[in-house]
Design a protein around this ligand. Structure first.
Ligand SMILES: [Zn+2]
Length: 440
C-alpha cells in the first residue's frame, strides 16, 4: 500500500522534470527503483555494516575486452531504461553472453529524497560509473552520506542588519555554535573540490564558509578568531575591481586588532598578509564583478571575469583559484563553459537548494515561479560549476533536514553496497584493479 503510493509519487515527479540531464548512467530500471524506495524503510533493520558482505572472488577470468562489451551493453540498456522511465514501463535487459555465474547485478537507483523541494532534484556529474564506484567505496575515502553545506557570508554588523540575508555578530555566534553542536566542521573550497571530484576524505558533516566581496575587516576582525579557535579555513570570494575601484588602488582597511594596521600600502598587501596566515583561501568573484555573467555576455567580458581574475589572483597569491563565486549569482551555459575552459573546478550560485554530496548536487531544471531569483542550473549542464549555497540567515532552521539527508544517503548507500561492489568486481576490476581494502 505504502509502496504503491510512493511509486506513484516518484513517477509523477519524474514527469515534472523531463529536462533532467542523464542522471546516473546506470540507475534507472524499475526493480532498482523499488530497491531505492525501500532503502530508508529497511535500513533500520540492517546490521551496522548493512549485512552486506563482499561478493566472493571471481572464479572465472574475464578479459578486458569482454568486460568492455558488458559495460557497453549495460550502458545501452540503462539509456533505454532511462528513456522509458516517465511511463514506468519495465524494459527487459539484454542478457550478457558471458559466464552466467558472473552476470553483473543491476545497479541500484541513485539516492533521491523527499526532503528537497520537489523542483530541486539531485544531479550527478561523473560519467564513468567504474571510477564513481571505486571512489565511493574505497575505504580511505569519505564515507557515503558525507555532506557539505556551502554558506555565503556578506557583512556581519554588530546588531542592525541592512539586508534580510545578513546576520549580526550574535547570530553568527549562534550559527557557529549550532553547526559545531551538530558535529559540523569547516573545510576550504579546495577541499570541497577534491571531495566532489574524488570523494577525498573530509569530516562527515562539513560546511564551506565563503565571504563575498572585499571585506578585510570582516575576514580578520570577525572570522579569523573563529578560524583560529577551530583550526578552520575560510574562502574569500574576491573581485579584482575595475578602474578606480581596482584592488591595487584601494587603500587598506584599518582593522581594529590588526597589529600591522596602517602599514599596508594598499588593499592587496593587506589581504596577501591575511592569506599568509593560512586561514584563508582566495577564490575568484569576477573581475569587474558588477555585471552578472549570462549567456549574452561577450567572449571578452567572460574572459575578463574568469581568466583575467584567475590570473590576477594567481599573481598575488601564488596559487591557482579553484572556484568561481558567480557575481550576483549570474551564470549560464556559456559562462559555465568558459569557466570550465579557464580551469575552475567548482562554482557557487546563490541558490540554497540543499547540501551537496559526492556525485550528488541538488539543482533545478526549470525556473520556479515560487523562487524566481534562483536561476535553474540544469540547462548549464555542469553541476560542479553551479553548486548551491545557503544564506546564513536560513541555515539554523535547515540543519536538522540537512543532517537527515546525509543519514538517508548513508542508509541508501549501505543498501546498494553489495550490488555496487559486485558490479565493480565483475565489470570494473579487470580494467581499474580490485577495489582497495583497508590497508595493513
Ligand atoms: Zn559580490
Amino acid at each position: 500500500m505504502v509502496l504503491s503510493v510512493k511509486i506513484e509519487r516518484m513517477t509523477s515527479h519524474s514527469r515534472q522534470t523531463p529536462a533532467c540531464p542523464p542522471a546516473p548512467i546506470f540507475s534507472r530500471w524499475i526493480p532498482s527503483l523499488l530497491i531505492g524506495l525501500l532503502t530508508v524503510t529497511l535500513a533500520a533493520c540492517l546490521a551496522p555494516n548493512g549485512g552486506a558482505s563482499q561478493p566472493t572472488a571471481p572464479t572465472v577470468d574475464i578479459s578486458a575486452a569482454s568486460t568492455q562489451a558488458v559495460a557497453t551493453i549495460f550502458a545501452g540498456a540503462s539509456q533505454t531504461a532511462q528513456a522509458a522511465l516517465p511511463t514506468a514501463t519495465p524494459t527487459p535487459l539484454p542478457s550478457p553472453t558471458l559466464d552466467p555465474n558472473r552476470t553483473p547485478p543491476p545497479l541500484p537507483a541513485a539516492f533521491t529524497t523527499e526532503l528537497l523541494n520537489p523542483i530541486d532534484t539531485p544531479h550527478t556529474y561523473l560519467a564513468d560509473t567504474c571510477q564513481y564506484l571505486r571512489s565511493k567505496w574505497d575505504p580511505a575515502n569519505a564515507a557515503p552520506g558525507t555532506i557539505v553545506i556551502p554558506i555565503m557570508f556578506h557583512g556581519i554588523p554588530d546588531e542592525n542588519i541592512s539586508d534580510p540575508n545578513e546576520i549580526t555578530k550574535p547570530q553568527l555566534k549562534k550559527l557557529i555554535k549550532d553547526l559545531k553542536d551538530q558535529g559540523f566542521e569547516a573545510i576550504s573550497a579546495s577541499q570541497l573540490a577534491d571531495f566532489l571530484e574524488f570523494n577525498t576524505k573530509i569530516p562527515p558533516r562539513s560546511f564551506v564558509m565563503i565571504l563575498d566581496d572585499r571585506r578585510p575587516g570582516t575576514a580578520y576582525g570577525i572570522f579569523q578568531p573563529i578560524l583560529e579557535d577551530n583550526n578552520w579555513k575560510m574562502t574569500l570570494a574576491w573581485p579584482i575591481g575595475y578602474g578606480d575601484d581596482t584592488t591595487d588602488k584601494k587603500p587598506a582597511t584599518n582593522v581594529a586588532g590588526d597589529p600591522q594596521a596602517g602599514t599596508y600600502p594598499n588593499l592587496w598587501a593587506q589581504i596577501e598578509h591575511y592569506y599568509s596566515s593560512g586561514y584563508f583561501e582566495v577564490e575568484s568573484h569576477g573581475y569587474f564583478h558588477n555585471i552578472p555573467m549570462d549567456d549574452n555576455s561577450s567572449d571578452e567580458y567572460l574572459h575578463q571575469e574568469l581568466d583575467l581574475s584567475m590570473q590576477t589572483l594567481q599573481e598575488h597569491f601564488g596559487r591557482k583559484p579553484v572556484a568561481i563565486i558567480w557575481p550576483g549569482g549570474g551564470f549560464g551555459k556559456k559562462p559555465v563553459q568558459f569557466a570550465r575552459a579557464a580551469g575552475y573546478r567548482i562554482g557557487f550560485t546563490i541558490n540554497p537548494r540543499g547540501p551537496v554530496m559526492f556525485n550528488w548536487v541538488p539543482q533545478a531544471d526549470q525556473s520556479d515561479p515560487q523562487r524566481p531569483v534562483y536561476l535553474p542550473e540544469g540547462p548549464a549542464g555542469d553541476p560542479l560549476l553551479t553548486l548551491p549555497r545557503y544564506w546564513p540567515s536560513q541555515l539554523s532552521a535547515e540543519l536538522d533536514k540537512i543532517r537527515n539527508i546525509g543519514s538517508q544517503a548513508a542508509a541508501h548507500a549501505e543498501m546498494a553496497r553489495a550490488d555496487e561492489i559486485e558490479y565493480y568486481d565483475i565489470v570494473c576490476a579487470p580494467k581499474y584493479g580490485p577495489m582497495p581494502v583497508v590497508g595493513p
